[in-house]
Design a protein around this ligand. Structure first.
Ligand code: SF4
Length: 503
């Protein structure tokens, strides 16, 4: 891997460091961005900025080799915080323009490096700004391409048609339940996923803690009269525990949580086909689980082997049909673009196989090299497609879903994602996952229970977000679940009722 050293001159405020580092990472595999002249003699690239500030406006100019770029902004009527935000945006604009010219790579998301692009559009439209004006801003200030602006707009409209009361749902909560076990660990995975074989002792005590959390949080919600919008079981693979354990867990959920008949959606990820059995499908049906995921990722056997998914392509297809036989009529399937050794041909095959099954929803991920995954740590071992081929596959997914009547309904981006693209959730009309919309748009609190479950507390009136994470490994969870439950209840009291409960 080549490390590219970039020296930035002319900016003294260290608040520029993070945005410029993030932008550098969009263009090069690994970068080191320094703001100190001492490093000038080691630099591969030197970018020089000049900021000329007047009372009412400023101009940012940048130079990189023979390229120059500038951006002018109005500062009238802005307070100090706002003034810096505008300057930071202009510096990012100039930096991105220079790197685009230098590398010849166009970043379709412009200077937007955040995870949730649609959240920005939602907030501007919700503030009453006109659609055309907002689009113009996204194009001119953020350098986002028309293609991506159209995608954002389509998704925002779709979400509001599926959840018309999206902006009012801050008074309710959703629940995420994390089950940290899987049959084996996949190479690209950074989720809490512990190989389940031979770990029954750990599973038993984990489930003991989880039952406790469900009971306590359910009691609090009932007492306070707070409704649940959606429940989502993720992990790990929630179907890696036994049918009997699943049955007891859902029974606990129905007993503990308020008004389960009014919950809009309950999803259980049955991601790994090798965990699905007729007995477990029977349990899911018994408890009216609306939505499950069965994740092929790819329909090429060698790829599954290379990424450590110890199941066959046939198994995915068979388990899909089995789930249908048991009446599962809202099945999501995850696909990944850019898995090792895969290009246009393999992805085309994956789409052809998908066509035979037509799941209600399809989540198309682009492979991301997350720091802690086995794949990233042994990057040399895995050969992945280049930027152009990744982009071609993404276009194939867009075209294919459109031709087959799927609509995009949520999207998110990740760091180190191949080609700086995005993950998009598509669904057939009326089959969109409400939980996915809630987690992406951050309009309500999501209470995380179980291992690795991160709670996101969204203040019902200010929208301010605070986070609180349960431990990732079962041992720490088993040792500390009483504390983690109490702490969440304390935060919830404060969030919804302004009560500070003594610890
Ligand atoms: S099935 Fe999912 S959670 Fe489990 S190891 Fe693979 S990627 Fe991770």
């Amino acid at each position: 891997m080549i490390l590219l050293k970039i020296v930035i001159q002319g900016l003294t405020d260290d608040r520029y460091e993070r945005p410029l580092s993030l932008i550098s990472d969009l263009f090069f595999e690994e970068t080191e961005v320094s703001f100190t002249e001492n490093k000038l003699n080691e630099a591969d690239l030197v970018v020089t900025f000049t900021i000329m500030e007047e009372a009412e406006s400023f101009i940012v100019k940048g130079e990189l080799n023979n390229y120059t770029a500038s951006h002018e902004k109005d500062l009238a009527h802005s307070i100090e915080k706002e003034r810096f935000k505008r300057k930071k945006q202009a510096v990012s604009y100039v930096y991105l323009t220079l790197l685009q010219e230098y590398t010849g790579i166009i970043q379709k998301w412009g200077i937007l490096t955040g995870i949730r692009p649609t959240k920005l559009l939602h907030s501007k439209l919700h503030n009453g700004e006109a659609k055309e004006k907002v689009h113009q801003q996204l194009r001119e200030d953020y350098l986002i391409t028309d293609e991506k602006i159209a995608l954002m707009q389509e998704i925002v409209e779709r979400q509001l048609s599926v959840v018309p009361d999206l902006y009012e749902l801050g008074k309710e909560v959703s629940i995420y339940i994390g089950i940290p076990f899987c049959p084996t660990k996949c190479a690209y995975c950074t989720f809490p996923a512990y190989a389940i074989n031979g770990k029954q002792g750990k599973v038993d005590s984990f489930l003991g803690g989880l039952h406790h959390e469900i009971k306590e949080i359910g009691t609090w919600l009932k007492e306070k009269g707070i409704k649940i919008t959606t429940v989502y079981y993720g992990g790990g693979t929630p179907t890696s525990i036994t049918a009997q354990e699943m049955d007891m867990l859902y029974e606990e959920m129905y007993q503990a949580f308020p008004d389960m008949d009014q919950v809009r959606e309950v999803t259980v990820e049955a991601g790994r086909p090798d965990t699905i059995t007729p007995e477990k499908l029977e349990v899911l049906k018994k408890w009216n689980i609306d939505r499950i995921s069965i994740n092929p990722q790819s329909y090429t056997q060698e790829t599954l082997k290379a990424i450590g998914r110890h199941h066959t392509v046939e198994e995915t297809i068979d388990k899909f049909h089995l789930a249908r036989e048991f009446g599962m009529n809202n099945i999501n399937m995850d696909l990944i673009i850019g898995l090792p050794g895969e290009g246009v041909e393999e992805f085309d095959h994956t789409l052809k196989e998908t066509e035979k099954l037509m799941p209600e929803s399809l989540t198309v991920h682009t492979l991301s090299f997350k720091r802690a995954s086995e794949m990233t740590q042994n990057k040399r071992k895995y050969k992945v497609a280049d930027r152009n081929e990744i982009s071609k596959m993404m276009d194939m997914a867009t075209e294919w879903t459109r031709e087959h009547d799927y609509v995009p309904y949520y999207l998110y981006r990740q760091k180190n994602i191949l080609g700086n693209l995005e993950n998009v959730g598509y669904s057939l009309p009326g089959q969109d996952s409400i939980y996915n919309i809630m987690i992406m748009e951050e309009k309500q609190t999501i209470i995380g229970l179980g291992c690795g479950a991160s709670s996101k507390f969204v203040h019902p009136s200010t929208g301010k977000i605070t986070r609180f994470a349960n431990p990732k490994d079962p041992k720490s969870y088993n040792d500390g679940f009483l504390h983690y439950t109490e702490e969440k209840i304390r935060i919830l009291d404060e969030l919804f009722f302004g009560e500070v409960v003594e610890k």
